[in-house]
Design a protein around this ligand. Structure first.
Ligand code: SAM
Length: 232
């Protein structure tokens, strides 16, 4: 787990810690009540995970572009998914599919012993690695690949957080969850997307609906494109 002081990085531009505190207050007003999640989101500098030109918007209740057609999820979504993952106590090993900006990764790393995160777009993965190192987050393992296959040799996991939407609930990943573990993911059907919290009892997945959501689609295969600025 990252030492709390490691994340107290210098603030950039005009962003004050009060801006982050206001985001946390808003999340509380929106029903996020897990004190550990709120504390992590109050500590981790979200603006460091977006392009400097977007840093002033990092604490707004919106998703923002991170390049390569991808987005950093909005704060409520990160908080809700993390709160559902934390419910799988003890939270020792977490698998994240879709590292993206690595903001959710850093939040999970503040609450779990080890985080394993897979990203299919190589430049995003490389940027995530650099960002997490800059912020002193050491308990994260990153892999370039198709996360739909999971990370079998690192399992079993206590929780899995899938940050891109699929039209099914990735049943193959249950084999890498311990009994009592949780798989949290956006599931898309013809009518839209719903965030699902699936508790695996070792034989059956018990599903809970966490409400509507809007994610980029989970895509098969990997992408190894040259890193350009792509809006970063
Ligand atoms: N939690 C991330 C954040 O806040 O920055 C979310 C990033 S975005 C909503 C979803 C990410 O999933 C993108 O970076 C995308 O490239 C990645 N992705 C999509 N399909 C994937 C797959 N099959 N395996 C791994 N990553 C995938």
């Amino acid at each position: 787990m990252a030492h709390p002081s490691a994340l107290l990085s210098p603030e950039v531009g005009m962003i004050s810690p009060r801006t982050r505190a206001r985001m946390v207050q808003r999340l509380q007003a929106e029903g996020i009540d897990d004190a550990r999640v709120l504390a992590a989101m109050g500590r981790i500098p979200r603006h460091r995970f977006v392009a400097q030109a977007l840093a002033g918007r990092a604490y707004e209740p919106v998703s923002l572009p991170i390049g390569y057609g991808q987005t950093i999820s909005q704060p409520w979504t990160v908080a809700r998914m993390t709160a559902a993952a934390v419910a799988a106590e003890p939270l020792q090993r977490v698998l994240e599919v879709g590292t993206g900006s690595a903001y959710q990764t850093a939040i999970l790393a503040a609450l779990a012993d080890e985080v394993y995160s897979i990203e299919r777009i190589e430049p995003l993965l490389l940027r995530a690695r650099e960002k997490l190192a800059q912020l002193g987050v050491g308990n994260v393992h990153l892999r370039h690949g198709d996360g739909a296959a999971g990370w079998a040799e690192a399992g079993p996991f206590d929780a899995m957080v899938i940050t891109a939407a699929a039209p099914w609930s990735l049943p193959s990943l249950f084999a890498q969850l311990r009994p009592g573990g949780r798989l949290i993911m956006p599931v898309a059907d013809g009518r839209g997307q719903r965030l699902r919290d699936l508790r695996w009892d070792g034989h059956t997945a018990h599903e809970r609906d966490l409400g509507p959501c809007h994610f980029v689609p989970l895509l098969a295969g990997t992408v190894a494109v040259a890193s350009g600025d792509h809006g970063w």
